[in-house]
Design a protein around this ligand. Structure first.
Ligand code: AMP
Length: 215
């Protein structure tokens, strides 16, 4: 399947994407994970992205499109891809459309995961992430803690609170979402690709996506 996952930070895009990869081998492509990995290894991309990410601002569109032009043409994308956190602005959505036309790929749909703001705030403040850039497993101190406190179940690295998950950065990320990313809902509606799923459970989102794909 070839999907875009839309939704505010904390809506569950990453969790849904991971579950979907198990269905047909589609790959999850998270621009946030790619950028955090780049910051951790100190690459040129990471150096350019770091200051924007810390405060919850978006990284410039040109940097993101540079990453995605390459990533979407890698062979593992042949099985399908789940775009998690991309596109995030109208210019990115327009550039993606041109890119997909050029490489001859049709999207199945853009899924807007709609979750109430109080749930989002609670999730983001209690979310913890594996600090290993190659793992980045997600935990939640309330609903899904690691077996050993502060240690990743999958790779044994420290599990931390992300720098952009302080109260101040979260509030800025949500404002950025409303201003820059929410307009993509109208964009994909016009493209006749949008489905909106109002659900707080990932399983309910997966069920809605499967039903739509089967239609
Ligand atoms: P995420 O893990 O998707 O919440 O992304 C974390 C941070 O990475 C965001 O707050 C942005 O600073 C940056 N980022 C991720 N994806 C994008 C994108 N498509 N466009 C611009 N910035 C992005």
């Amino acid at each position: 399947m070839k999907l875009i996952l839309l939704g505010a930070p904390g809506a569950g895009k990453g969790t849904v994407a991971k579950l979907l990869t198990e269905i047909d081998g589609s790959v999850q492509i998270s621009t946030g994970d790619i950028l955090r990995g780049a910051v951790q290894v100190g690459s040129e991309l990471g150096k350019q992205a770091d200051a924007f990410m810390k405060v919850g601002d978006l990284v410039p569109d040109e940097l993101i499109m540079g990453i995605m032009e390459t990533r979407l043409q890698e062979p593992d994308c042949d099985k399908g891809f789940l775009l998690d956190g991309f596109p995030r602005t109208i210019p990115q959505a327009e550039a993606l459309k041109v890119l997909l036309d050029k490489i001859g790929i049709d999207l199945d749909m853009a899924v807007n995961i709609d979750v109430p703001r109080d749930v989002i705030l609670d999730r983001l403040t209690t979310r913890r992430t594996c600090s290993n850039g190659d793992c980045q497993a997600i935990y939640n101190v309330k609903s899904n803690p690691p077996r050993q406190e502060g240690v990743c179940d999958k790779c044994g690295s420290p599990v931390i609170q992300r720098e952009d998950e302080t109260a101040e950065a979260i509030s800025h990320r949500l404002e950025t979402y409303n201003e820059k990313t929410a307009p993509l809902i109208g964009f994909y509606e016009k493209e006749a690709l949008l489905i909106t799923v109002t659900a707080t459970s990932s399983d309910a989102v997966i069920t809605a996506i499967k039903e739509k794909l089967e239609q």
